[in-house]
Write a protein of this length. Sequence first.
Length: 157
Amino acid sequence: MNIMKNKRYWELNDKELGEFFKPLKKEKDTFRLSLEELSHSEIIVVVRVGKEISGIAGIRKRKMVPVMFIAVKSKYHRKGVGKKLMNKLQEVARLRYSFMVLSVMKKNEPAIKLFREFEFEIFKKKSEVYYMIYSFNQKGKFFSKILIKLSPIFWIF
């Protein structure tokens, strides 16, 4: 599959996405995207344990900005699923984007630690949320600086 030419790169189908999303309960506290929002993603990668999807990560565009998301079922937390998802997502995303951003709840310390391991930087703080950015290349660093300066007036979240 040519990742650059195809609008959508998904490692699962719509039915599997719905089946993964439905049982998320505990995760809803920190993962706030709806199934409808997920269905508009340009990229979704998955990690499976056997046939079960243990986690998904992806990118959807908001105001032309690539916004990353990640969700791991609670029974697979702290078992390396997040790292595998991040590696897969970066491998695919770097072929399309110069940078990507995300939001993470301040109380989600394991996720913040994971994102920092993957060189995400906090560029905006709100009462309960950090906004982080990752640049794949020099072009991404350039656009990141612009986005950070414009973030008070051009906000994507």
